[in-house]
Design a protein around this ligand. Structure first.
Ligand code: HPA
Ligand code: ZN
Length: 323
């Protein structure tokens, strides 16, 4: 069976990380920016050696995104691609640091363009987008506060969450508590990357100190059965990105990916792509990989999609419409 048409819910997608290389190359040409080193020789992907280098290439690609109009075009292109893989609801990490550097007034302009594109994509492609304003961990706790402020100022029906991405091993979760407290007080739902590179202790500390309901990745939790039990009991949802993990080496292979054991331990898991062109993946490929690795079929994917929809950072009306 082809999984392409299967209606999907994606919870973990970095908007800039979903930019096709051809899109970034086009912007670079328009703006006379030299990005010759960041693409694969074939031109169909981004070239980097490891996770830290990935973050550098990612940031280089983002230098081409310089205006609300660039983000409007990006959002439309990304949502059209997602919808073509059966995604009916998606959440995207939006970074004020790439949209005016954290200035709230500039952020409002960028966000308006993104929202405008989301409305157009909903009409044209039948896909619904919600935004998770995201701080970048390796820029440090002080800069994270500016992202949290942007999040709090624009919290509403479209911006429904706050998160933290970037280099996971920089600092400890508690360093970012001020930002998460501010976002929570603004009514936002919370998620944080943890347990992709950090151990189970990073997942545990993130939940304790940032009080998030979801964890980005979280796969290292599999190494601590007591933690898995707690995650299952508390209903913490993992945004698992198997293709990303295998490509970057956070998991050895599809066949040994922790998602199956986490699920057996009754931890709530969901499936996402993270940064699809960077990891040569799509939601269709994620489903195909899991079918091949674990013989998962329609019932499994139905169940995981229901878990994702229940964990989505949206109101009941939106959830009802997507169902
Ligand atoms: N992981 C962590 N930070 C990121 C990623 C990612 O895959 N993409 C963009 N920022
Ligand atoms: Zn991510």
């Amino acid at each position: 069976m082809s999984w392409r048409e299967f209606p999907k819910v994606e919870l973990h997608l970095h908007l800039e990380g979903a930019a096709p290389p051809s899109f970034i190359r086009g912007l670079a040409k328009e703006k006379h920016i030299d990005l010759s080193g960041i693409f694969t020789r074939e031109g169909d992907g981004y070239a980097y050696d490891d996770f830290d280098h990935f973050l550098q290439v990612y940031e280089a690609a983002c230098t081409t995104l310089q205006s609300p109009e660039d983000f409007r075009r990006l959002t439309l292109a990304v949502l059209e691609e997602s919808a073509s893989h059966g995604v009916v609801y998606t959440e995207a990490f939006l970074s004020p640091d790439f949209c005016g550097g954290g200035d709230v007034s500039a952020w409002r302009d960028y966000l308006a363009a993104i929202e405008d594109a989301a409305a157009e994509a909903e009409r044209s492609f039948g896909i619904t987008l919600r935004g998770i304003v995201t701080a970048i961990r390796h820029l440090g706790p002080e800069q994270a506060k500016t992202a949290a402020l942007c999040a709090a100022e624009t919290a509403g029906p479209f911006v429904t969450g706050f998160g933290l991405a970037g280099a996971e091993l920089v600092g400890r979760p508690g360093d970012y508590a001020w930002s998460f407290d501010m976002a929570r007080e603004a009514g936002l739902s919370l998620t944080c990357h943890a347990g992709e590179w950090g151990g189970p202790d990073m997942v545990a500390d993130t939940i304790r100190d940032l009080k998030v309901s979801r964890i980005g990745h979280g796969i290292s939790a599999v190494r601590d059965p007591a933690l898995c039990e707690r995650l299952a009991e508390d209903g913490v949802v993992l945004e698992v990105c198997p293709g990303s993990n295998v490509f970057l080496g956070a998991a050895k292979s599809w066949a040994t990916h922790p998602i199956a054991e986490l699920r057996e331990r009754e931890v709530k898991v969901t499936i996402s792509t993270d940064d699809p062109p960077y990891f040569h993946t799509t939601m269709t490929k994620e489903f195909e990989g899991l079918e091949r690795a674990f013989r998962w079929g329609e019932e499994d994917f139905q169940e995981l999609t229901e878990v994702a929809l229940a964990a989505a950072f949206c109101d009941e009306e939106t959830r009802g419409k997507v169902k």
